[in-house]
Each structure stands twice: as structure tokens, then as C-alpha cells.
Design a binder for this molecule. Sequence first.
Ligand SMILES: *Cc1c(COP(=O)(O)O)cnc(C)c1O
Length: 396
Amino acid sequence: MEIFTGSFTQQDPIPDEGIAAALQVLRHGRLHRYNTAPGEVAETALLEEEFAALTGAKYCLAVASGGYALATALRACGVQPGDRVLTNAFTLAPVPGAIAGLGAVPVFVGVTQGLVIDLDDLAAKLPQARVLMLSHMRGHICDMDALMALCDAAGVTVIEDCAHTMGARWNGTLSGRHGRMACYSTQTYKHVNSGEGGLLISDDAAAMARAIMLSGSYMLFDRHRAAPPPEAFATIRYETPNISGRMDNLRAAILRPQLRDLEAQCARWNDRYRVVEDGLADTPGLTRIDRPAAEHFVASSYQFLLLDWPDDAIRAVLSRCAARGVELKWFGAPEPHGFTSRYDSWRYAPCTPMPDSDRILRGIVDMRLPLTFSLEDCALIARIIRAEVSAVFQSA
Ligand SMILES: *Cc1c(COP(=O)(O)O)cnc(C)c1O
């Protein structure tokens, strides 16, 4: 019986160039982004400039975490305590947490079998809110042309959570370039790794001026390079509270070389995804996720469905795979566990049952695909899942 011995949580090392740049920052000691020598441009300001160039956004702000980027985007777009904010029922806890954290109220929108936001449910709920926090959860991108048409017609502002779509595209347009603002995470399990960190992009000068003030720039906003001109701050600088959440120069130094490698890394993720996807074709009882042709995803993780399976049978698959070294996560588990939780487990937010979405959520099984896995590893993992899913399915 084959056993897999790799680690599902082991990412690539930081590239040598990033280590060298980090050492330089450590040696000179100017880690705070506004602590620069005469004539020096902070690593953080350079990172923002480079990420803006990479995405084609006018403005970029580097912050302390992806969750902080989400909360800052909500505030910068004018969300107030008590406001209702639409968001995905299938997402990760930092998303409803960012909404609830500023006293706003998440309104959950259902999920389709393609693991994207249900546009019919969204259309029905649009009149309830002025902002949609759209989470491209696990890298699945909905029909962005249809979504933007719906939201534009309803006057609803879209903020994108691109924690899993850095480098991905819909119909040729980069993920993060459809909404008013987009948020990225540079936390260890995302597409670039600085331990913790976040990036925020926008073309909207007023929203970005507010975000820069919110992040804790004091009156040093003119030290930012991928920022709106000083006029944009004329009144905003007096009206915007400081909620410190800056990125530092050490993390920025580690990230800059990784951004240069991003495209190649994305291709490596997708190579791994395809091996798993092919290895699971025609597995009895297992539903793979259809990916539309317009979706140019970056698959840093893999999902499949065990649709309408009894809980015990799903648990049996997970434990049999775990016994062979394959770590799967079940998003449908009744109790929140590890990184996974369901919309009905976020009890601080009101929730109305969504039977169609619940059926999908109950069946979602998830697995990370770190780049430390070889293609052979991925083929082995697929053989193990296939064998264990088939065995449990046939005995049920
Ligand atoms: C990781 C993640 C975030 C937040 O990122 P942090 O940097 O961990 O705060 C937001 N949304 C999704 C879907 C995520 O997976």
C-alpha cells in the first residue's frame, strides 16, 4: 500500500535574493517604513510601486495582513457600523470577521457547485446592501463580467478578496482589477510569503487616500510612491482616524523578489493541480469542480465534492487518507476545525439557512498543493484519494 510522506504545510524557501535583501534591512536597522536615510526609498514603498505596476493599478498600499487590508478597504469605501455588507457563504473566517470587526453586518450569499458566488442569490440580495465583499475563495472566480454588470446596475461597490487569486485572471483581466478595491494576503499559505502581510490596490484616489491615512501614515503620505497626489489628502488627512497596520521594510524586502517570480510559480501550481485533477477523473462518488474556459486560475489548493455523502462516510475518507499521509480538510464538518468553518458557525453574524448552498458546502473537501510537492507526489496523492474514495463509496 502506497503512503505519502510529504508535508502539506511546507512552502518553498524564501529565494536567496529575498534573504540577501532582508539581511541588508536587518544590518541597517531601518525596518519602519518611514525610517529612511537621506535619499533612500523604503523597501515598502518600492514593493507598492512594483505591485501596482504588476497589476496595472494606479495605487497600492502594503499593510500588516490580508484581514487588515479587507477591513481597511471596507472603511475606505465608507462602510459604517450597522451597515449590511454582502459576502460569500463559502469563504474563510477573516472575511466575515473584517466586516463584523468594524461593526457592520455580514449578509451571506450562496455558493454554486462550481464553488463560486451564486449570482441568482446575489441578484436577490443586492438591494440589501451598498457593498459586496467578494471572496474568490480557494481561487475559484465567478463570471466577473456578469457579476460586475449586476453590481453596477444596483449601485453596489465591489471589494475583491484576492487572497487566493494573486496572478489569476478572468477573461484576460487580472483578478483584483474588477472591483473598486482589491485585497491580497502575503501570509505564508498564499501566493507570496512574508509570514504575515497584505496588499491593497485601487484606481480610486479618494478611497486610497483614506486607506493610506487609516493604515497609520501620520502626515507622511508623501513618502508613498504608488499613492494619489497630495491634493487627494487635502481634507481626508483631517477626517480619517489612524488605525495602525503598516507593513515593515523587512517583509517588503522578502516579498519583492517573490513578485518577480510570481508568474513562474503560478504555472508550477497549475502543473500540480492538473496532475491531481487528471488522477481523480472518473472516481466513483467523487465530483470534480468544472473550471470555465474564461477562468485562468492559480491553483495553490485543490477541492472536490463528495456530494450527498453521509457524514460518517466523508469522515471515513478523511481518516483513511490521513492514515496514508494525505491531509484533507472538510469544509462541511458540523464543528469548525483548523482553518475551516461554515457560515453558520460564525454566530456573531445573522444567518438564514440556504439549503442549496448547504448541500454543496457539506460536500467540499479541500487540500493544499504546496510547491514543495513534485508532480510525482501529486500523482501519488491522487492515487491514494482515488483508492480511498472508491473503497468507502463501494462499501456504502
Ligand atoms: C488568508 C485569507 C484571508 C486573510 O489573510 P490574512 O493575511 O491571514 O489575514 C482573507 N481571505 C481568504 C479567503 C483567505 O484565505
